[in-house]
Design a protein around this ligand. Structure first.
Ligand code: DGJ
Length: 557
């Protein structure tokens, strides 16, 4: 459980100003408590953690990434005009873009950063931050984005050999020549960024992409076999609470996968650490997932990558990696939620750098932010004419963008405030589950909030006030969700989309909503618009397709 925090002592504050006061106090508190750490490196983005909660500081304050990842081959100046209109239509504040090894070092030792420069310039013009994805040794297990001088030279840069002696199109992490070549290019990229991006338009770096190997649990080359027969490094033995021995002795049936996770983790860590020595930007790795509930044969997923079962191994292997992030292409809400639970850890900021682009995925922004997540980013929603259906949307058209824009439009004006609230205190949230049923969230030990879907604003769909109510239209795909942040013990900030929020008392106290204020955020300030009362509150707080933000005060009588 996350600790409860009292945000403001409201006893002496007239309620008319109490909510705003609470928020201002919260901001002041955040500024005061974070000040010394932030002041030292005001401008360079970094992760911070407190009481098990995380924030990505950008310009010295928590930042919520409302992202979009472009398609794999959209990393050329010719494609950017097809990217920015999509970013604008979706109201993103962060764009994730690959930088390919083959692009910056097509000839060994000769570097070309022209795309990086164009991208930086255009991102600034479009007022969007960047996350750069280094497509180097691994791009979904293979070296497809490595330059030809790498991927065609099997002797110098050996590939994975399976237990049966077959060669896989995945580079082995056990060969220093490969590591050195990748590291050299990555270091050049970071050095270039240091010079070309003094204002930190780039806020985060992803070294490699979905590491691991498909159809091979690990490399069985003679070099790998020798390492595998040796002792488990002391660092890992200690981190896992084991007694020393060989890989098989220490890890038994998991030895092959753990060995591979450790080997890749160390490799990526060395690249990240070398890059950070040039420019200490925060860095994360992304995971191609395995089944979050059931055992799965490592042969059938990207073995050695940071799947949930080897997170401890990766954490021990890669201290220079600040976050391990799940790429979500599972459509079932139970699977999505389980995955978020697995990657939301006191030692790991929750970030979803890829999620499917289809409408059904969009509601999960509420699940991610409700778990104090620092960012969310659907994959492949640019206008370069590519769709990764059946993983994502069949057609990437205006409607596909709008399916995410409805949520980003709501969150963008309050992104900084939300990030601060999520870092400083309690937040909750959920997207509509596949069963479409109402869900009750426990807001600490006094209050609950029930989120329900498919309601009209007046009355209840099951027991209409008069006559029979039609079903809400447009609900073929679950798309609702809500977020709640605690402002003080009995005060909450609420927003969401196509959801009804109804409060309850844990102990059965007689209570009411003493004040429900609708407002919006402008330049970080809360602007009061009106009070909700009567029909607007009698049947719960109905969040519709219109962006709505409410501050609610609960009281007993
Ligand atoms: C996950 C990868 O990380 C992305 O680069 C992309 O290949 C998607 N899968 C599929 O579109």
């Amino acid at each position: 459980m996350r600790p409860h925090r009292t945000i403001a002592n409201k006893a002496k504050i007239p309620f008319g100003r109490a909510l705003s006061h609470a928020l201002v106090s919260l901001i002041a508190l955040a500024a005061a408590s974070a000040a010394p750490a932030i002041a030292a490196e005001a401008s360079i983005p970094k992760f911070v953690a407190k009481d098990g909660r995380h924030a990505l500081l950008v310009d010295g304050a928590p930042f919520l990434m409302l992202g979009l990842q472009v398609n794999n081959s959209s990393n050329y100046p010719s494609q950017l005009p097809k990217v920015w209109p999509a970013a604008k239509a979706m109201h993103v504040n962060t764009l994730e873009v690959p930088i390919a090894w083959e692009q910056i070092e097509p000839v060994e030792g000769r570097f070309d950063f022209s795309f990086v420069d164009v991208l930086l310039r255009q991102a600034r013009d479009n007022d969007v931050k960047l996350v750069l994805l280094w497509f180097g040794t691994w791009k979904n297990n293979g070296p497809s984005y490595a330059p030809e001088w790498v991927k065609l030279d099997n002797n110098r840069f050996p590939r994975v050999i399976t237990a049966k002696g077959e060669t896989r199109n995945s580079l082995s992490p056990h060969f220093p020549a490969t590591l050195e070549a990748d590291k050299k290019a990555f270091v050049q990229l970071m050095r270039h960024l240091k010079a070309a991006d003094p204002d930190h338009t780039v806020i985060l770096i992803q070294p490699e992409n979905e590491t691991g190997a498909y159809s091979a649990v690990r490399d069985y080359s003679p070099t790998a076999q020798k390492l595998f027969a040796g002792p488990v490094p002391a660092q890992l033995v200690k981190a896992m609470g084991k007694t020393p021995g060989t890989w098989s002795q220490v890890f038994g049936k998991d030895a092959d996968e753990y060995f591979y996770a450790w080997s890749i983790g160390r490799y990526v860590n060395e690249i990240a650490a070398a890059g950070k020595r040039e420019l200490p930007l925060p860095m994360y790795v992304n995971a191609a997932l395995r089944d979050p509930f059931k055992y799965q044969d490592p042969y059938t997923y990207s073995s050695g990558g940071p799947t949930w079962n080897v997170l401890e191994v990766w954490k021990a292997a890669a201290p220079s990696i600040d976050a391990i992030a799940p790429d979500i292409y599972m459509r079932e809400s139970d699977n999505v939620r389980k995955t978020l639970e697995q990657y939301d850890r006191p030692d790991n900021p929750l970030f979803v750098p890829e999620i499917g682009s289809d409408k059904g995925y969009a509601r999960h922004v509420y699940d991610v932010l409700g778990r104090h997540g620092i960012g969310f980013s659907p994959f492949g929603l640019d206008q370069t004419g590519y769709s990764n259906y059946p993983l994502g949307a069949k057609t990437v058209d205006a409607q596909a963008l709008e399916n995410f824009a409805v949520h980003y439009r709501l969150l963008a004006p309050m992104a900084r405030e939300w990030a601060r609230l999520a870092y400083e205190g309690n937040v909750w949230g959920a997207g509509e589950a596949d069963d479409r049923k109402a869900e009750t969230l426990k807001l600490g030990d006094r209050w609950t909030a029930t989120l329900s879907y498919g309601e009209w604003q007046f009355g209840s769909i099951d027991q209409p006030w008069m006559g029979k109510a039609e079903k809400q239209p447009g609900r073929e795909v679950p798309d609702g969700g809500a977020l709640i942040a605690q402002l003080s013990p009995n005060e909450f900030l609420i927003t969401g989309y196509r959801a009804r929020v109804s409060f309850g008392s844990v102990k059965g106290e007689r209570f009411l909503m003493a004040r429900v204020e609708e407002g919006h955020f402008e330049d970080g300030q809360w602007v009061f618009d009106r009070l909700w009362n009567g029909d607007q509150t009698d049947y719960g707080l109905n969040l519709t397709t219109t962006p709505q933000v409410l501050k609610v005060k609960l009281a007993t009588y």
